[in-house]
Design a protein around this ligand. Structure first.
Ligand SMILES: Cc1cc2nc3c(=O)[nH]c(=O)nc-3n(C[C@H](O)[C@H](O)[C@H](O)COP(=O)(O)OP(=O)(O)OC[C@H]3O[C@@H](n4cnc5c(N)ncnc54)[C@H](O)[C@@H]3O)c2cc1C
Length: 403
């Protein structure tokens, strides 16, 4: 950091590089934090654990196990670093549960002037809702303190259901279980639903057998996706029947396992993604509009649309700031051109009050984002005071926050 300041170079910390946007692009010095992993301290009385910023999420369950703790909620995968995940607003699903940044109770960072700054509920507390989800624009995060919960297990039911029925009853379904989400493969009439219920750690576990999990995730989910994507790229007309086959191969399954093993899965097929957060009451209408657009434009979409939920929160740049939210995520195989599809979906989401995920593809600029975030100007002012020289900027941040 000191060397970058001395040479007047911009500096960018990078986590796992799993963002789909250019948010982690380093125009000057790239700071890779893979050696900064692990637990820095534990406050057992309050179930708070401080991690070094580069700690990958998949290491955290093992680090928390000796303390009988777990993270409250997680996204789909666990390859990201804790600092990268919170900085882009990474979230999972569950109307009563916020994204990862809502679990953050303290952050230590180095400001653009090279000063260490601790922000917690007792020190510089007014900055916490900004730095807990700071887009990498407010400083280099050194440590992150997470409010953990007692370790728990989850009962999961994965079940294909008629899509119409799911959309008609979406609000009830979103609230009926702790964590609800569904996938829809375009060109099918089926929603692949996932319902999860939190249970105490003492509840009996019935994990998927190792071989069953391999068949479901490696062979069916990832293997069938790869086949659908690769074949559909060469012969687009086969995409709809292959999607229908993929849905048929995805059967019901029910299991109970440790929370992190239920929240996260392995994803091995490369894709591009755009995701918008909408006020929960607009999700069904936006979903219907996307469905109509896909059939009207006769696109052949090989990847599913994913719908998730999150509680309202107070993080200034959280996609769920101030409103209970539903997320609609669209994907395309990395070899397919996503432009037309993503542009159309983005337009629909914007018309329904959408806010784009900071780590996933979108086209918005600062002026459009300002209208969508009530605390946007407060965030920009804080950036002016913590990084007046713009040491942490890059082209993406210039676009979404201004210069
Ligand atoms: C297969 C896949 C699945 C995904 N699933 C989900 C999901 O379920 N839910 C969801 O919301 N998102 C999901 N994402 C998006 C992903 O969680 C986010 O983009 C996240 O930022 C990636 O974390 P990272 O460690 O790779 O961060 P990076 O992409 O490396 O960095 C992201 C930002 O964090 C900043 N940063 C990193 N470390 C520091 C630091 N120490 N100090 C300051 N700033 C820092 C970077 O500068 C950059 O601005 C998924 C992405 C992929 C590829």
């Amino acid at each position: 950091m000191q060397a970058a300041i001395a040479h007047n170079l911009p500096i960018k910390a990078v986590g796992a590089g799993h963002s789909f946007t250019g948010i982690a692009v380093a125009p000057g010095v790239l700071l890779e934090l893979d050696d900064m992993q692990g637990v820095a301290s534990v406050d057992l009385a309050r179930s708070r654990v401080t991690f070094l910023a580069g700690t990958r999420l998949h290491r955290i369950p093992r680090l928390l196990a000796p303390y009988g703790l777990a993270m409250q909620n997680l996204g789909d995968i666990d390859r990201q670093s804790i600092a990268g995940a919170i900085s882009t607003g990474t979230h999972g699903t569950g109307v009563e549960f916020g994204g990862l940044a809502t679990q953050v109770v303290a952050v230590t960072l180095i400001t653009g002037e090279g000063e260490f700054l601790t922000i917690s509920d007792t020190e510089n507390a007014e900055m916490l809702p900004a730095v807990a989800l700071g887009l990498g624009a407010l400083g280099l995060i050194v440590e992150v303190t997470v409010q953990c919960v007692p370790a728990f297990v989850m009962h999961a039911i994965d079940e294909p259901m008629p899509l119409d029925e799911v959309i008609q009853t979406l609000d009830e379904r979103a609230t009926a279980s702790d964590h609800f989400e569904f996938y829809w493969f375009p060109h099918t009439e089926v929603a692949l639903t996932k319902r999860q219920t939190r249970l105490p750690e003492s509840a009996p576990r019935h994990p998927l057998p190792r071989f069953g999990r391999w068949v479901d995730e490696s062979l069916l989910s990832n293997g069938v996706y790869r086949m659908v994507c690769a074949t559909g790229k060469v012969i687009p007309a086969v995409t709809p029947p292959l999607n229908r086959l993929a849905v048929q191969l995805t059967g019901d399954r029910e299991y109970t396992d440790r929370s992190h093993r239920v929240f996260t899965q392995s994803r091995t097929v490369r894709f591009r993604e755009m995701e918008y957060a909408l006020p929960i009451e607009n999700v069904a209408a936006a979903f219907r509009a996307i469905q109509e657009k896909v059939s009207e434009r006769r696109w052949r979409i090989e990847f599913p649309v994913e719908v998730r939920f999150a509680a309202a929160d107070d993080r200034w740049l959280s996609t769920a700031h101030g409103r209970t939210s539903g997320y609609i995520a669209v994907h395309r195989y990395w070899r397919a051109d996503p432009t037309e599809y993503f542009e159309a979906v983005e337009q629909i989401c914007l018309e329904h009050g959408g806010r784009p995920h900071w780590g996933k593809l979108h086209t918005l600029h600062a002026a459009q984002l300002r209208e969508r975030y009530p605390r946007f100007d407060d965030f920009v002012s804080l950036r002016d005071s913590l990084d007046p020289q713009r040491r942490f900027t890059n082209r993406y941040l210039e676009r979404v926050l201004g210069e």
